[in-house]
Ligand binder design. Sequence first.
Ligand code: CU
Length: 204
Amino acid sequence: MTRKQASDDRQDALPMVSRRTTLRAAGAAAVGAVTALAGCATGGAEPDGTPADIETGSTDESTETDAPEETETETAEPTETATETETSSVDWESWFAPTDNHDGFEDHTGESEVTVMVGADGIEGPHAFEPTAIHVSPGTTVVWEWTGGGGTHDVVDEAGAFKSELVADEGHTFEQTFDEVGATQYFCTPHKAMGMRGGIIVEE
Ligand SMILES: [Cu+2]
C-alpha cells in the first residue's frame, strides 16, 4: 500500500497488473474524499431529497461491478431513511388488534369529503367507528357523525393533533381536513381499550 506514494516514474515501471491496482486504490481514496464533500453540498441544497433516485440507485448497485460508486451512496442514504420513517412509523396491526370490526382500509382517495360513523355497531354493541380505516387524498375533510348509540364517544388523535367533544347526541358531527400526506391513528376515549379505534392514511 505504500506504493501509492511512489512517484509517477516508478509507477510507469511497475508491471501492468500492479499498476492498475495502484491506480484503482488511489482512485477509490480520491472518490471517497469527493463523495464526502459532495454529500455535504447536495444535502444542504436539496432538503427534499429525490425519492426517485433511491430506486434507481439501489438497483444499479447490485448490477454494477466497478463503475463509479460515489453517486449512489451519496444520494441514496440520507433520503432513504427519511421516507422509511414517514410510512412505516405506524404499526397498524397492533393498533387494530382489539378492533373486532376492522376489515382493512377503505379506499376513499379522490373524494373531497368522507363520513365516518361514531357509535356504529361492531364492538360489543355500538362502540365502533365505521369505516374503521380509510385511505384519502390530501385536502380531504373527514366528517365524524354520531349515531346516538353506545353512550358518549369522542374522536381523539393518538398524536394529539385533534380532539372532539365527548358527547352522545345523535347527529353530532366533528370534522378535520387532512392536507398532508401521512398516517393518523385516532380513538374514542371511553372505548379505546375495547377497540374503538380508527385510522387514516393520506396519500397522493
Ligand atoms: Cu366510544
